[in-house]
Write a protein that binds this ligand. Structure first.
Ligand code: SF4
Ligand code: SF4
Length: 499
């Protein structure tokens, strides 16, 4: 067992109001530069919808993530090493600027510099931020906001569902999905990089790009199934979400979390067994990936795990932070957070509490009482449309797993209502979801009223420990799986060693 710590995030989707504050503050901090005009390390998309870049979830088109080969071995969907190298100068699986959007700016100067006495009022016309030429704005990173773009029917997750569902979805539900890099445990971007420029930090699992080593091959862009690596067109090099590592190292939350209006983001440490990652990512049935990834996580409250972490050189402060971690509670203790598209097999580390509100809306529309847990339970069982869609996003289509989480959330809501209004304890609800009163009240506190230091439990970085952990990493300079028998490919040309 090799114990590692990972900084991870959970977002509670019921609380996202789609205000895009997170996207804007992230952009102001990280991508407010020439070459990154079209880049949103954090974006918020409306679901159902085709997202940013368009159709990024269609892996038949983009060949992102991992699949199992005929022998059941994990391999990049973009092909084996030889195939990827044969395409190194002409990669057909790259999104173009049209798949993102052409960023625009406006002739604002005209508003103040136009001569007096014009018969027509001057207007600020859009110009391409890339070419400076006049342009018509026809798409954007947020074009589908609140289904305004009406392109949801092309959503790849809906395409896997029945026709009746596709035809009904707009009457039924929508919600916002904020996305950043997943800082995966099994990052396809790292394994696809021919230069060894993409790497996963040993001390906290943050995935970064070494700008000095990046040669601009763009294999990472294709390999990332979430399309969260971008090319800076001014430098020709890859850039991505850094999980605000300078802030994390100072014990502070990321900018997107700090400024989130809905206070729906949680940040903390999870401990995991690096030796178990490859087997977890390789389970044959995609619907088993959720449990397989949960099984990779270690409980820091277990004395054996704590001892092993100490033996591995992990600082006490990190172990204590792992015990208090809101991420551990939401993923492993309450089991209400789910990974986005586990079927990509990258073992993502930004998880989501799925939204209950689409189901409540459906209950109300069906004439049921959305305040009654029984009615909501029945709605979850009967009105399958939102549940099936959420299952496509979070459990590789396993509707029972999503329904189980939604029932916990519905039961918590009803339990707290009767506890607060009537002073009664709804023991039957607790029995139905298999949780204790203490657990449900603690879960409610974390989801509803948790303060800053409960939502973000981040130890400050220890530079000397990081160096020691790096040295322990399995003889590689890229990904934990870039080792003998692993599926990675860190530096086949030894380009990084060249002057
Ligand atoms: S989500 Fe992030 S870590 Fe995962 S493959 Fe994409 S860029 Fe890499
Ligand atoms: S700031 Fe928070 S509430 Fe607003 S869009 Fe971002 S995640 Fe949602």
């Amino acid at each position: 067992m090799r114990i590692r710590a990972q900084v991870a995030m959970v977002m509670n989707l019921d609380k996202c109001i789609g205000c895009h504050t997170c996207s804007v503050t992230c952009k102001q901090t990280w991508t407010n530069r020439e070459g990154t005009e079209y880049v949103w390390f954090n974006n918020v998309e409306t679901k159902p919808g085709i997202g940013y870049p368009k159709h990024y979830e269609d892996q038949d088109r983009w060949k992102g993530g991992w699949i199992l080969d005929r022998k059941g071995r994990l391999t990049l969907r973009s092909g084996g090493r030889a195939k990827r190298l044969s395409r190194i100068f002409a990669n057909p699986d790259l999104p173009s600027i049209d798949d993102y959007y052409e960023p625009a700016t406006f002739d604002k100067d005209l508003l103040v510099s136009a001569p007096a006495g014009l018969t027509d009022t001057p207007v600020k016309r859009p110009r391409s931020a890339l070419t400076g030429e006049p342009m018509a704005i026809t798409w954007g990173a947020n074009w589908e906001d609140s289904l305004g773009g009406q392109s949801g029917q092309d959503d790849p997750s809906l395409a896997r569902m029945a026709t009746k569902v596709k035809l009904e979805f707009e009457k039924t539900f929508m919600f916002h999905l904020p996305r950043i890099c997943e800082h995966c445990l099994n990052p396809a971007c790292v394994s696809a990089c021919p230069s060894g420029a993409m790497y996963k930090r040993a001390e906290d699992g943050i995935v970064l790009v070494d700008q000095d080593r990046c040669r601009g091959w763009r294999m990472c862009v294709s390999a990332c199934p979430y399309k969260k690596v971008y090319v800076n067109h001014a430098t020709g090099k890859a850039e991505k979400c850094t999980l605000c590592f300078p802030r994390i190292e100072a014990g502070l939350p990321t900018i997107c979390a700090e400024t989130c209006v809905g206070r729906l983001r949680y940040l903390g440490i999870v401990l995991y067994d690096e030796d178990a990652v490859l087997a977890a990512a390789s389970v044959p049935d995609p619907q088993d990936l959720l449990d397989a990834q949960r099984a990779v996580f270690l409980d820091p409250r277990d004395p054996g795990v704590e001892r092993a972490a100490r033996d591995a050189g992990m600082p006490d402060e990190w172990i204590e932070a792992a015990k208090l971690s809101p991420i551990r509670k939401l993923i492993s203790e309450y089991r209400i957070a789910l990974p986005l598209h586990p079927e990509y097999r990258t073992l993502p580390m930004v998880w989501y509490v799925p939204p209950l509100s689409p189901v409540l809306d459906a209950a109300g529309a069906a004439g049921r009482d959305d305040a009654d847990a029984d009615d909501v339970f029945h709605t979850i069982r009967d009105l399958r449309i939102p549940v099936e869609y959420l299952a496509e996003l979070f459990t590789a289509g396993d509707t029972e797993a999503v329904a189980g989480v939604l029932m916990k959330l519905a039961a918590m809501r009803s339990y707290m209502r009767s506890r607060t209004l009537d002073g009664t304890v709804a023991q039957d609800l607790l029995d139905r979801i298999g949780m204790t009163a203490e657990q449900v009240e603690a879960m409610y506190r974390l989801l509803a009223v948790a303060k800053y230091d409960e939502r973000y439990v981040i130890p400050a970085a220890h530079a000397k420990d990081a160096a020691a952990l790096d040295a322990q990493a399995a003889g590689h300079d890229g990904c934990a799986l870039d080792c003998e028998g692993g599926p990675g490919m860190s530096d086949p040309f030894h380009l990084s060693a060249r002057p």
